[in-house]
Design a protein around this ligand. Sequence first.
Ligand SMILES: [Zn+2]
Length: 91
Amino acid sequence: MLSCKDVTHLASESRDRELGAMERMGMHMHLWICKGCRRFTQHMELLGQAMRMAGKEPERIGDPDARLSQEAGDRIRSALQRRLNGGGTQD
Ligand SMILES: [Zn+2]
């Protein structure tokens, strides 16, 4: 059985490379029983979406639109922060 540390490591690895079948299976089994890691991977997923929405891909650094993206990113980050802190639906 994978440890929480293994699972968080694999979760971040999975953004850069395709995980093997055994790795995915081990991760799923762990997530099935471990609420903490389930939350962690959900947050990672949210953050990944926010990054994509903000257009923060490395190739965009130096882009004239980067300033706008920065502002959008800040808005998304603070909205996300409220959500993660259980701030409810108020904006
Ligand atoms: Zn865990």
